[in-house]
Design a protein around this ligand. Sequence first.
Ligand SMILES: C[S@@+](CC[C@H](N)C(=O)[O-])C[C@H]1O[C@@H](n2cnc3c(N)ncnc32)[C@H](O)[C@@H]1O
Length: 232
Amino acid sequence: MERISKREISLSKSHHHHEWSGLRAQKFVQSVEKLIKYRYRPFVKEIINAISKYGVRETPKIVDVGSGPGILLIEIKKIFENCRLIGVDSSKYMLEIAENRVKEQNLKDFAFKLGSAEKIPIEEGQIDVVVCLNSLHDFNDAQQTIKEVSRILINGGLFILKDKNGAYPKWKMRFLFIPLIFKTGLKRTIKYFKSNKLWLDPDQVIQWMSEFGIRKEEVHYKMDYLIIGKRE
Ligand SMILES: C[S@@+](CC[C@H](N)C(=O)[O-])C[C@H]1O[C@@H](n2cnc3c(N)ncnc32)[C@H](O)[C@@H]1O
């Protein structure tokens, strides 16, 4: 990955973050709604597999950090009825959209909290599973976020994380460029690849996890990496 300075990262992030406004949130939902089948349901499957493999309490509490429009949590609930779901997001617009979706579908056991991933508004040792999709690279401080995830998890709790792989070989990414233009259009494709300066190296993420007492159980290195960790 290209080396970029911390200042560059924070500049590009502050610009980025400014934009999680009402309009951007609306646009985001419109674009990801088409991806429920391709993006969210496969991840739900991986989450449910991990839960059955590593085990959780009977009525587990699941937190989604950077939950956005709440699609992931809603899709989890459709398959795994017996759980309590909490979404945390720093954009009140996103939370509003998520709350409306849950209300429209008449779903129970949901809570949404306005707050930051770096200071999760949940007491320590309460949560069975923390999930996070396409968001860690977007936060201001990924390391601090992992520290917080570790704090809110119970002993033996799971952290299931999926995000863009910053260590994915550039030459492999080139192969994906053309098909992505056909799928999502040129403008969105360029935007997508531009954001790759912010993507994290999964091995770096695993190191932070181990620093804060989350042991790596599984890692899958693709264009999107998947990490399953267990709080010790
Ligand atoms: C790319 S979206 C992904 C949303 C959701 N995980 C999904 O896949 O549909 C990133 C989300 O992270 C939220 N976010 C950005 N920075 C945050 C922070 N520091 N703390 C909490 N949420 C944050 C944004 O408001 C946005 O909803």
